[in-house]
Ligand binder design. Sequence first.
Ligand SMILES: C[S@@+](CC[C@H](N)C(=O)[O-])C[C@H]1O[C@@H](n2cnc3c(N)ncnc32)[C@H](O)[C@@H]1O
Length: 566
Amino acid sequence: MAMDWRKNQVPDMSSNMLLYGDNALWLPRLPDECADMIYLDPPFKSDQVYNAIYGGDDPLLNAQIQAFDDTWRWNSKVEEKFRADLDAGVFPEDLEDQMRVWYRRLVLTKAQVKKKDQTARESLMAYLVAMAPRLVEMKRILRPGGAIYLHCDDSADAYLRHLLDALFTESGFRNELIWKRTSAHNDPKRFGRIHDVIFYYCKSGGEVTWNPQCQPYDPEYVKKFYKYDDGDGRGPYWRDNLTAPGVSNGDAGEPWRGIDVSAISRHWSAPREACEQLGLPKDMPTRQKLDAIDAAGMIYWPDKPGGMPCRKSYLKDKKGVPAQDVILDIPPLKAWSAERLGYPTQKPRALLDRLILSSTNPGDLVVDPFAGCFTSIESAEANGRRWIGIDITYQGIAMAIDRLGKLEGCSDYRVLGSPTELSAAAALAEESKRQFQEWVVLGLLSRYHAIPSPSQGADGGIDGVIPLRPLMGSLDKDRDRCIVSVKGGKPKALDVDEIIGSVTRHKAQMGMLVLLSQPTREMVKRADAAGRYTAGDGKTYPRIQIATVETLMNGTTDDDPELPGF
Ligand SMILES: C[S@@+](CC[C@H](N)C(=O)[O-])C[C@H]1O[C@@H](n2cnc3c(N)ncnc32)[C@H](O)[C@@H]1O
């Protein structure tokens, strides 16, 4: 686990929060039973690396950047962590038993298993060793009666369900939702895999919040059943029963308009919607209610003498079909969906709206520990819920900030977990070079709208690109851009030569070198020698600029690199 340089950043439960970093660090800092609902869409154990897509038509900007890695390996570090968790009693008894069984079957029992299969089994165990303690923490922060939704697919769903059963007990289980996540396709030598699974459990001991959500009726169904219309402005209706099963000894069991329904073991029932619409008192005898409903023209009488009257059940009064456990009406995001942000595995807002509206009330707290591009958080905010979203990548945090900024009237929130002092920036660089570069590009350089760019392979030395704002008279406005290179280690004069090379190679106008330490004199000299760039506004700017993380963190515009248009 990463060094905890975030330890001084304490969650403040009075505000909504975006938490940057491993949820294994953040979840233990949240109070017991604070969350009303948890939605988690963790890596599925898909054995894939996921890329986010940035940029537009410009080949340099149109980059695929690794968002997260969903590959798992069993090694001595993972085994040590597992043993330490067992020794520390992290797992409740049922879960510990389950983990030991899996450890024996997936890791220790190697007889008669092909090497490839054994590697797959161990990789699965590594995944479970990562998921189990996090789920224990999630249970701790969930209030009694609170809901947890775990989104996964068939890669490890059977194991995740066992984990949830062991933690929330079998009686905590409420649904296995199936969401059709993609359109039909051809998976060689098997059926097309087109669905995700969402397990819904509740923690025992408290009141469960349930607000049924409805889906619109199938048009075919409406056409078939709502086929009557009296032309009185109430719209189409179908003819529904006015009686309910069972004999009643009260008023509802007496004959009405000469019809005795007790004879067929039923009693009269006044439709609730009609009573509410007519404002009939609850304690009014049933047959008087029926008289009032009939007087309002809301009962159908057959022409045939002795025929049973029916209630007119109007389409306009119906909310639709209560949502079911197979979700076919929320389509996956397509490449051209307006909602799409380029983040892999992004879920549709409508799916999160359905879960959050079902299981929470306004003001409730929703926690998403694997928030990705924070769809759940956007949904929680838009629906008046409080929220905490956690993600280990700065890409996710940057997308959340952007997304929330576009929501009208978005409530205040805090971002925790990004470095607030130079020593923390150095610790982040030490912990993960890639995360450090992303934080600089998407965080510190967000005021220049910098976007990340691949730093590997042919584009070595490029960590980000700043599309320079077109200025009046700019001759080549589509191509004006500044290449960014971020160096977390000891800076050297060659870094300047390298960025000059990248600027030239990519026909960019400017280059910016961002350093964790102060540049050497030689670096400054070489940068100065690279000359100046004349922008469309006629002003000139140093072609190569050197900025330090410290000055960018201070945020004083005087020290900021000077770029045309900003
Ligand atoms: C499947 S995606 C979530 C997608 C999300 N539901 C959405 O609609 O955008 C999983 C996310 O979990 C994040 N993640 C993986 N391991 C994590 C950890 N240990 N702590 C916090 N976030 C983690 C990844 O960075 C990734 O963004």
